[in-house]
Write a protein that binds this ligand. Structure first.
Ligand code: GLC
Length: 548
């Protein structure tokens, strides 16, 4: 083993970095969520069971076998609740029901049961920062008079002359305030159809306790908490003092995001989750300015996981990746939480495209998959990532649906929400049953080779790579929760090992890199060329090795 470690050092042999610790050895009985691979189903675009061109719960049920074969541990399903769909379902009109377009409550219960029988856990979204404007509470609030008690569940304020109450901006662009008919303004950090709830109101707390219980009683294994950093606003709703606030989201604590008070809510929810058997979890969608502030959401008495958007935002560059991996592991470890690794979701440009698109982007995405699945912690896979789907950049204007597209040119998120191509034949690519309406967003004509059907038949496909990686990850004692050790390596490469006996090598550069092999090849995103005791790692590639 020592020989192998030294063999991987370049001639100059700089010192090894100290091991990054995540959880003390003694605590590693590994609850499922510490290293689960969780597959995100974007309900509108995964599989259409009833032929209306829109994905639904029946569709998900019919594809559970695919997910179990892929080898993931859990499925997170985006909102399927009754909704006017002003924001793809993140505008919820009734938190305890299913939108008829997606099925019925009975379908949800049946899906949870089937998933459990297939060995998959189920996580659903809860959207507590705002409701739909069609929620009964908001309809009552609008009908009430200024000062009326029904308005207190939301954030209504008088304006300043003709101007809104303060300078806050909506994440979707424009002011975060809209005027109700009688002149008062209400706050909406997202679309005007998504009024923000007032979390200083005890009824709001009680309502969400009840909503969580409703789904927990139905058998869900946890919640993805939408805008988990948003519910509490700074006292007095002070001005930000700057325009273009969306650019500040990733760096600064704003008076409407990441306020300390939100942690009280998460503590309360943790107690509620813990009162159920079976390790039900909460995962925070929190856009926090630093890894340190993000770690606060996963302190021992708060949520179990938080999406690691710092990793998602990193460039395809060895140095940048190593830095974000180290920061993420260290900050999560400081509170005893597992790290999560996320490359894509329904809100961001797919990483094949972020990494350069076309062949280069796909090569990098395949390598990133092996890097990501080798890191300590839990991994989120966004539907279609296992197929190497790129962002669709040329959707016709008339099909665009996402409200964020009005914020700035190219700001829309429809391009990562295009339905999954299940079979090789267009135009519907098996997304819906034969003879159905066209998919709600058109699937590019060239996606046949990217379809599940085509890739299933190809041992070198991106789907096959994910299946193989997930199978190895599930069976290898070094993978999942735990620690990693970096080894010195040439520029543009990453080399780390995990005990017992696992190594990962990554080349993010444009040139092949020669490396002394740490052992026997387990899996590679692109085959390394064998040399005499060494290998050539192809550009933009990653490989897994069994040491010894
Ligand atoms: C989250 C969702 C996103 C939605 C927003 C408002 O960021 O992931 O899709 O638009 O919240 O609910």
């Amino acid at each position: 083993m020592t020989e192998l470690i030294q063999a991987a050092l370049p001639a100059s042999g700089s010192a090894e970095a100290p091991a990054t610790t995540q959880a003390p050895e003694t605590e590693r009985t590994t609850p499922w969520w510490r290293d689960a691979v969780i597959y995100q189903v974007y309900i509108r675009s995964f599989a259409d069971g009833d032929g209306d061109g829109l994905g639904d719960l029946h569709g998900v049920r019919s594809r559970l076998g695919y997910l179990a074969d892929l080898g993931v541990d859990a499925v997170w399903i985006t909102p399927f609740y009754p909704s006017p769909m002003a924001d793809g379902g993140y505008d919820v009109a009734d938190y305890r029901d299913v939108d008829p377009r997606f099925g019925t409550l009975g379908d949800a219960a049946a899906l949870i049961g089937d998933a459990h029988r297939a060995g998959l856990r189920v996580i659903v979204d809860v959207v507590p920062n705002h409701t739909s404007h069609r929620h009964t509470w908001f309809e009552q609030a609008v009908r009430a008079r200024p000062g009326g008690a029904e308005r207190d569940r939301y954030i209504f304020r008088p304006g300043v002359g003709d101007a809104p109450p303060n300078d806050w901006e909506s994440v979707f662009g424009g002011p975060a305030w809209t005027r109700a008919g009688d002149g008062e303004w209400y706050l909406h950090l997202f679309a005007p159809e998504q009024p923000d709830l007032n979390w200083e109101h005890p009824e709001v707390h009680a309502e969400f306790d009840d909503v969580l219980r409703f789904w927990l009683d139905l058998g869900v294994d946890g919640f993805r908490i939408d805008v988990a950093h948003g519910m509490v606003k700074a006292a007095g709703l002070p001005d930000v003092g700057h325009r273009d606030q969306v650019r500040m989201l990733a760096h600064t604590v704003l008076p409407y995001f990441d306020q300390d008070g939100v942690h009280e809510i998460h503590r309360r929810w943790r107690t509620l989750l813990d009162s159920y058997p079976g390790e039900r979890i909460g995962v925070a969608e929190a856009w926090a300015p630093t890894p340190e502030r993000l770690a606060r959401y996963v302190r021992p008495d708060e949520l179990h996981q938080a999406f690691n958007f710092h990793y998602l935002s990193a460039e395809w560059d060895a140095r940048a990746l190593r830095e974000v991996v180290d920061d993420s592991l260290a900050t999560a470890a400081s509170v005893g939480a597992p790290t999560t690794w996320v490359l894509s979701n329904h809100d961001v440009k797919r990483h094949v495209t972020r990494y350069g698109d076309g062949e280069v982007g796909l090569r990098r995405a395949r390598a990133a998959a092996l890097l990501t699945l080798a890191l300590p912690g839990s991994v989120y896979l966004y539907q279609g990532e296992e197929l190497g789907l790129p962002e669709v950049l040329d959707l016709p204007e008339e099909v665009l649906d996402d409200p964020q597209r009005f914020r700035e040119p190219g700001g829309g998120r429809d391009g990562c929400r295009v339905p999954i191509p299940w079979s090789a034949q267009g135009p519907g690519f098996g997304f819906s049953p034969p003879g159905s309406r066209a998919p709600w967003l058109p699937i590019p004509a060239g996606w046949g080779p990217l379809s599940v059907e085509s890739q299933q038949a190809d041992p070198d496909s991106t789907l096959a790579l994910h299946r193989a990686a997930l199978a190895i990850r599930a069976g290898h004692p070094a993978l999942g929760d735990g620690t990693l050790r970096w080894h010195a390596s040439p520029e543009h490469t990453l080399v780390f090992s995990r005990e017992p006996g696992f190594w990962c090598t990554v080349n993010t550069g444009a040139e092949p890199v020669e490396l002394t092999v740490p052992g026997r090849l387990l899996l590679a995103s692109a085959p390394p060329a064998a040399g005499d005791g060494s290998v050539l790692l192809p550009p933009d590639s990653a490989a897994w090795w069994a040491a010894g």
